[in-house]
Design a protein around this ligand. Structure first.
Ligand SMILES: Nc1nc2c(ncn2[C@@H]2O[C@H](COP(=O)(O)OP(=O)(O)OP(=O)(O)O)[C@@H](O)[C@H]2O)c(=O)[nH]1
Ligand SMILES: [Zn+2]
Length: 349
């Protein structure tokens, strides 16, 4: 496609209203990000695998941007390259569409504290978000220095984080970080998700080897000590990138059946033995899931958690179906109006 002369590429490190910050691709660790204004509704065509522009979408942190030069030589955002994996959340806006919070992610670090006690339900929820993204989930349990038996607690989390690696770490004591560092290969992008206070920024700073994120401690002194523009995507010296966005802190998740089945692989496997293919594991006869709860092989908490997330996923699906149906009705109505105007010889708008 025509990118207006010299086509440049770059990584979106931050999205603001009306503009994005893009790091030019050549030397992301040393270059300063450039501010690229967005126009109109701020939508940019997403290229397909063949480089053909498709649907126009809002850019997200982590996007691979194709930059062009405007008439005045200023950079413009021409298109976004195909996204290989994306962390999405339930769109709170009127369109009810999933909102991309981080694009082109390889690993989702699900960060949860060991002190206070980790919340199994929250870990399951964030794992579902991670599986849904298409990236590899890894659980990082922080503040290991504050509990007597971090490995025992990590084992409990391993039992519910099926298919994901679980690491107990302490940034304060500098323990357990090696397996997390090993995930930082050149060209890899990691995103951290987790509750406020879990130690995400502290972890990002430790992995970056520099204070790239303001932590709870620094903020509590009440003074902003930022000297550089805050980036949500941080390029690390070794060539990996870390994403830590405020939007990822309180996540309204978008689940789907496949992501739920990945998080709850144990429930999904049992469900294969239920008498009815559409068994909801409530009161149905011949339900293998209820039988497993009954005989103690499946924790009742686990089934409750599955139910809660499955209900949420179904609700979101109905909501986004309704939004799509409304958009389609609108489209048909506009087309009909245009057709009548055309017949009456009036200008079509
Ligand atoms: N003892 C101990 N404290 C830690 C550790 N990691 C982080 N903390 C503390 O936990 C608090 C919260 O850490 P942050 O890194 O700001 O947490 P966050 O997840 O980024 O929090 P938000 O910015 O609110 O989302 C700070 O006071 C940290 O110093 C650790 O390994 N051990
Ligand atoms: Zn069943």
């Amino acid at each position: 496609m025509d990118t207006g002369g010299a086509a440049l590429g770059g990584r979106v490190v931050r999205v603001d209203r009306g503009a994005v910050l893009v790091l030019p691709g050549d030397a992301p660790a040393v270059e300063e990000p450039v501010r690229v204004p967005l126009h109109g509704e701020g939508l940019v065509p997403l290229l397909d695998a063949d480089g053909v522009p498709g649907e126009a979408v809002p850019p997200a942190v982590g996007d691979d941007a194709v930059l062009g030069a405007g008439p005045d030589g200023a950079p413009t955002l021409v298109a976004l390259r195909p996204r290989r994996a994306a962390v999405v959340r339930d769109g709170a806006d009127r369109t009810s569409r999933a909102q991309v919070l981080a694009a082109n992610v390889d690993v989702v670090l699900v960060v949860e504290h060991l002190d206070p006690d980790p919340s199994p339900g929250r870990v399951e929820r964030l794992l579902t978000l991670a599986w849904r993204s298409g990236a590899t989930p890894v659980v990082v349990l922080t503040k290991a220095d504050l509990v007597p038996d971090p490995e025992g607690m990590a084992d409990e989390v391993r039992a519910l984080a099926i298919g994901a690696d679980v690491h107990a770490v302490s940034v304060t004591a500098g323990t357990g970080l090696d397996p997390v560092r090993a995930l930082l290969g050149p060209g890899r992008t990691l995103v951290v998700v987790g509750p406020s206070g879990a130690g995400k920024s502290t972890l990002v700073n430790a992995l970056a080897g520099a204070e790239v994120m303001a932590t709870g401690e620094r903020r509590s002194d009440g003074r902003g000590r930022h000297t550089t523009v805050h980036r949500e995507l941080v390029p690390l010296p070794g060539g990996a990138c870390l994403i830590d966005t405020p939007g990822l802190r309180g996540v309204g998740l978008v689940a789907d059946a496949a992501a739920l089945d990945a998080t709850f692989a144990d429930v999904a496997e049992l469900a294969g033995d239920c008498r009815f293919a559409d068994c909801e594991h409530r009161t149905e006869p011949g339900c293998a899931v209820l039988a497993a709860v009954e005989d103690g092989t499946l924790p009742a908490r686990r089934l409750d958690s599955w139910r809660r997330l499955a209900r949420e996923a179904a609700y979101q699906e109905r909501r986004s179906d309704a939004a799509l149906a409304a958009a389609e009705r609108n489209r048909v109505r506009r087309a009909t109006v245009a057709y009548h105007r055309f017949q009456q010889g009036r200008p079509v708008r």
